[in-house]
Design a protein around this ligand. Structure first.
Ligand SMILES: *Cc1c(COP(=O)(O)O)cnc(C)c1O
Length: 370
């Protein structure tokens, strides 16, 4: 007989979702109210303010897409791309490949700039591609590649894009809240993130922010946005910006309570403190893992503190150990993707997961299992 589902209590040290603070879980279970209720609308205004803080932006078009990070990605691409547009897409892991898919499905041409998995996006290669394709409209890249744990230089890439009169689409799903992600200062144009990584909110929501430059480009489209649900010109009417709220789709009311709480916790902690916490926990984990014979895929100067991609000590098979950690220790770590499947682990320290208690527990469990 099917009974109530009671999930096991895990520690989530994988590539997301991350552990959720009890405060956020509690917010999720508050009374549902109507999504056009004045009280809900007031909360949404606060969510918007808090999201602007997280992104460090004054962009008026800053909102939460009702869908996971992939829906945020799709929103940026479908609104900015018109058939025939040329987009330079940087790929150095799994998520750049998805950008290419998006560009092509919406009728654009993707000019690929390829870098090896585990390497940051090469500024030189991007510059060469921009020179060769002066008619490009957009430069798209992943700030924090979750498949390899590498950070690309978002500031330099955005600066370059501006010099060549290109808009940028930036994936900050894993970076937001974990490392500096300065939308206005760096001049990013269409930026999407996810709720379940360093924001430690329940999965299924995607914060996005769109610069005035990109809003202009959307307003000047010659063709209709190919998706009704993700068409920002329609959703904007719900999320405000002066106009009265009207029905577009039913907002995920309770999920947005949890987003409000998660963002409030980010504000209370302070962005810099949160970045520092990720870095400090990374250092403790790194020292422990290296002491046990693990080695990092990515060199220290472009390594993400919140995503530790590590090779296991010589001669160990990864899958059975990962299984034991999950089953006997309730500890989740991630396996490798693509060419790294079966070869490395991705140990995430994201948001509420990035705690000393978790790092110690992880290292102690590993000592016992190895
Ligand atoms: C997790 C992730 C995504 C996708 O987010 P979903 O919420 O799983 O749709 C996109 N890009 C990066 C870099 C990610 O880490």
């Amino acid at each position: 007989m099917i009974q109530q589902f009671d999930p096991p209590k895990r520690r989530l040290l994988g590539p997301g979702p991350s552990d959720i603070d009890p405060r956020v879980l509690k917010a999720l279970s508050r009374h549902t109210i109507g999504h056009l209720d004045p009280e809900f609308v007031r909360m949404m205004d606060e969510v918007k303010q808090l999201t602007k803080y997280a992104f460090q932006t004054e962009n008026e078009l800053t909102m939460i897409v009702s869908g996971p990070g992939s829906a945020g990605m799709e929103t940026c691409f479908v609104n900015l791309i018109e058939p025939g547009d040329k987009v330079i897409v940087c790929q150095n892991g799994v998520f750049g490949g998805r950008m290419k898919e998006n560009v092509e499905r919406y009728g654009g041409t993707a000019i690929m700039v390829m870098d090896d998995w585990g390497k940051p996006v090469s500024i030189q290669k991007v510059e060469a591609a921009l020179k060769e394709n002066p008619d490009s409209k957009i430069l798209a890249f992943v700030h924090a590649e979750t498949s390899t744990g590498v950070e690309s230089d978002a500031k330099a890439l955005c600066k370059l894009a501006k010099e060549y009169d290109c808009l940028t689409i930036v994936d900050t799903v894993t970076s937001l809240g974990g490392i500096p992600t300065l939308v206005d200062e760096w001049g990013m144009d269409a930026v999407y993130s996810g709720s379940q990584k360093c924001l430690s909110c329940t999965p299924g929501l995607s914060p996005i922010t769109i610069s005035p430059r990109a809003v202009e480009a959307i307003k000047n489209r010659k063709t209709k946005v190919a998706s009704w649900f993700l068409d920002l010109t329609l959703v904007m009417q719900y999320w405000g910006g002066g106009v009265k709220r009207s029905y577009h789709h039913t907002a995920p009311v309770n999920a947005l309570y949890s987003m409000h709480e998660a963002l409030l916790m980010l504000k209370e902690e302070g962005l810099e403190n949160r970045w520092n916490r990720h870095q400090e926990m990374h250092v403790v984990l790194r020292d422990g893992l290296e002491g046990l014979g693990f080695s990092y895929l990515v060199p220290a100067d472009c390594r993400l503190p919140q995503l530790n991609a590590v090779f296991l000590p010589e001669g160990l098979e990864e899958a059975p150990i990962r299984k034991r950690l999950l089953e006997d220790y309730n500890l989740e770590v991630g396996g490798g993707l693509g060419d790294f499947a079966g070869k490395l682990w991705r140990v995430g320290l994201m948001g509420y997961s990035a705690r000393r208690e978790n790092v110690d527990y992880c290292l102690q469990s590993l000592k016992e299992v190895l």
